[in-house]
Every structure is written in C-alpha cells, then in structure tokens.
Design a protein around this ligand. Structure first.
Ligand SMILES: [Zn+2]
Length: 180
C-alpha cells in the first residue's frame, strides 16, 4: 500500500521512472519509527514529514536546482505515507503526543430503498503502545518488491554491475598469482 500507491501515482504522472523507484523507500521509511517504540509518532510527525523535506525543497529551489525534482518526489513520498496512515497518526508529535485520527466510512444499505451513508469520524486518542514485531515483515516484503522493481527499471545498470562483479571474480586467481 505505502509503496505501491504513491509509486503508481508518480508513474502515472510520467515522473522519471528511475527517480520514482530510487526514492520509493522513503514511502516506507516513516514506519521504521516502530524500532524506537514510537510508532506512528517519531517518523510520522510534521518534522520529518514536512519541515525537513520542505527545507530541502527550498534549498534545492534556491541553491541546487538539479536536486529540485528529486526533492519534490521525496516530499511526495513522505506526505503520501501520512495521508495513508490518517486512521491514526501523531502528526504533531512531540508537541502533541496524542494521535489524530480521521476515518471516513461509507455505509451502504439496500433495505427500504438504496441508502448511502457517508460518515467521517475524527478526533484525538492517546498514542497506543505498539509492538515492533508485526510491521517489519510487511515492510520487508515491500522492500523486496521494490528490489525486484528496481532490478527491472535499472536492468541495464544491474547487468553491467553483475558483469563487473563477474570480471572481478574471474580476475581474482590472476590477482592472487601476481601477489605470490
Ligand atoms: Zn506508517
């Protein structure tokens, strides 16, 4: 979810595919705050999501124009993560330690005529103590998928890297013989 939705969105917008894949890990990076026992707070707050990336965007805009497109892609990935996490995220952490949640629900009932009910629940709730075990496998799978995608997008580079590695391995006996 965190990885594929924003990546597909960027590709649909015809953002440079290599740049989109290269920066895609940023879309899952916020969840590594679980390692610090501050899941959906430390990595999901406005500081890493908006303040730091916007500073980079501004710096790129005024000082390093060749970074500009990449910095926008990075900002997009980070904000997309929090948007997808709106079910509960401590966006103002550490100023406000509680989680903000926003849950739109659509209820559909067909009894007594078709009836569509749209409801938005939102508010604050205390940051729950979250375990650190369940999330890593999910992110691991996402990063594995990204590795496969990167190998496809960067196939020419990957082939060259493999060939370089193979040449290195092949030259190893000669190298050793030269040494002794
Ligand atoms: Zn998250």
């Amino acid at each position: 979810m965190h990885l594929l939705l924003p990546l597909l969105f960027l590709l649909a917008l015809r953002v440079d595919a290599k740049r989109a894949v290269l920066f895609a890990p940023l879309a899952v990076l916020p969840d590594f705050d679980a390692l610090f026992g501050l899941h959906r707070a430390l990595g999901h707050s406005f500081i890493p999501i908006l303040v730091v990336p916007l500073a980079v965007v501004a710096y790129a805009h005024f000082r390093k124009n060749e970074w500009y497109a990449a910095s926008l892609v990075a900002l997009f990935y980070l904000t997309s993560h929090v948007v997808l996490d709106l079910g509960g995220v401590a966006f103002l952490w550490p100023i406000v330690p509680d989680q903000f949640f926003f849950e739109p629900t659509i209820a559909f009932s067909a009894s007594g005529g078709v009836h569509l009910d749209f409801d938005i629940e939102y508010g604050m709730r205390p940051l729950p103590e979250m375990g650190t075990t369940s999330f890593l496998s999910e992110e691991g799978a996402a990063l594995l998928l990204l590795g496969v995608l990167a190998a496809v997008v960067y196939r020419a580079e990957a082939r060259r890297a493999l060939k370089g590695l193979w040449d290195l391995v092949r030259s190893f006996p000669r190298l050793v013989r030269g040494l002794i």
